[in-house]
Design a protein around this ligand. Structure first.
Ligand code: C2E
Ligand code: MG
Ligand code: MG
Ligand code: MG
Length: 275
């Protein structure tokens, strides 16, 4: 009896695995199609100065508008896109849309200080990434300082030497660089200090627990101080409450983004330039 049960459990497990594989395969086929049929869209989340409350940027966040399944969040397809290398064409589509939209806003007279785009390690480590990016950005007549590239610490895992080289070249070319989800990844302060960054973004998991746990509060203070001693700006992501906002302002964090001040939306509210 026990043996039969074991066998059944195994079969059920195997069946579940096969179904998962089929679902992934289906999703992969659909994603391929999505890239050719304008199902990939961007939402933009505002970023603000903590003290002046001025808009300092927008983060572009990819959305898959699936004809049947509805809107799919990136956490559900970016990992698959990375596994299948589809992140390369997908990433270019994201960059193209972000640049085109930014150029259009500027042309229409809106104030857009900077647009941040998330870049996968795989994409950034392509040998011709910078050359292609320059061509793209120039084709829209955009100033490179308008574009911020968000990377994560796992960029440095495979080939840290080349990754550093790419980051330095990007910075030299005039792009802004931000380290995303700071505090969650594989961190080494030695490497952090060598990265040519403009900003670090404190991961939202730390922000969520502000006021609940003195250890988390202490970690946030150290990240803010660490950032400032390295000469980079510090942004808090995932700010949802007035209490978190007050805490961050009180402790000298520079900028923030989160549901408290704005969710990601297709058409963010922008101010027109005056004068
Ligand atoms: P991320 O870059 O850390 O983006 C922040 C995520 O936090 C976004 O989720 C955003 O919608 C969410 N968020 C913003 N404010 C709040 C808040 O106050 N509370 C909470 N709970 N969440 C908040 P989203 O849009 O689902 O994106 C998830 C992740 O997918 C991103 O995390 C990023 O790592 C990745 N991603 C998004 N767009 C792209 C892309 O174009 N390319 C690549 N490679 N990755 C992307
Ligand atoms: Mg990001
Ligand atoms: Mg993040
Ligand atoms: Mg993230």
């Amino acid at each position: 009896q026990a043996k039969r049960l074991g066998k059944n459990t195994y079969q059920i497990y195997q069946q579940a695995q096969t179904e998962q594989m089929l679902r992934d395969f289906e999703l992969e086929q659909e994603l391929r199609l999505a890239l050719n049929t304008q199902q990939i869209q961007l939402h933009y989340q505002p970023q603000y100065h903590l003290t002046t409350r001025e808009l300092c940027g927008l983060e572009a966040l990819v959305r898959w508008q699936h004809p049947v399944r509805g809107m799919i969040r990136p956490d559900h397809f970016i990992p698959l896109a990375e596994e299948t290398q589809m992140i390369i064409p997908l990433g270019w589509q994201v960059l193209d849309q972000a640049c085109r939209q930014t150029a259009q806003w500027l042309e229409e007279g809106y104030q857009v200080p900077c647009v941040a785009v998330n870049i996968s390690p795989l994409q950034l480590l392509q040998a011709d990434f910078i050359e292609q990016l320059n061509l793209l950005v120039d084709s829209y007549g955009l100033h490179r300082q308008r574009l911020e590239l968000e990377i994560t610490e796992n960029l440095l895992q495979q080939n840290p030497d080349f990754a550093f080289q790419q980051l330095k070249s990007l910075r030299l070319a005039g792009y802004r660089l931000a380290l995303d989800d700071f505090g969650t990844g594989y961190s080494s302060l030695n490497r952090l200090k060598l990265m040519p960054l403009d900003r670090i973004k404190i991961d939202k998991s730390f922000i969520r627990d502000i006021g609940k746990n003195t250890k988390d509060d202490a970690i946030i203070l150290s990240i803010i101080n660490l950032g400032h001693s390295l000469g980079v700006e510090v942004l808090a992501e995932g700010v949802e409450t007035a209490q978190q906002d007050r805490f961050l302002r009180h402790h000298g964090c520079d900028t923030m983004q989160g549901y408290l001040l704005g969710r990601p939306v297709a058409q963010p509210e922008l101010q027109r330039r005056t004068g």
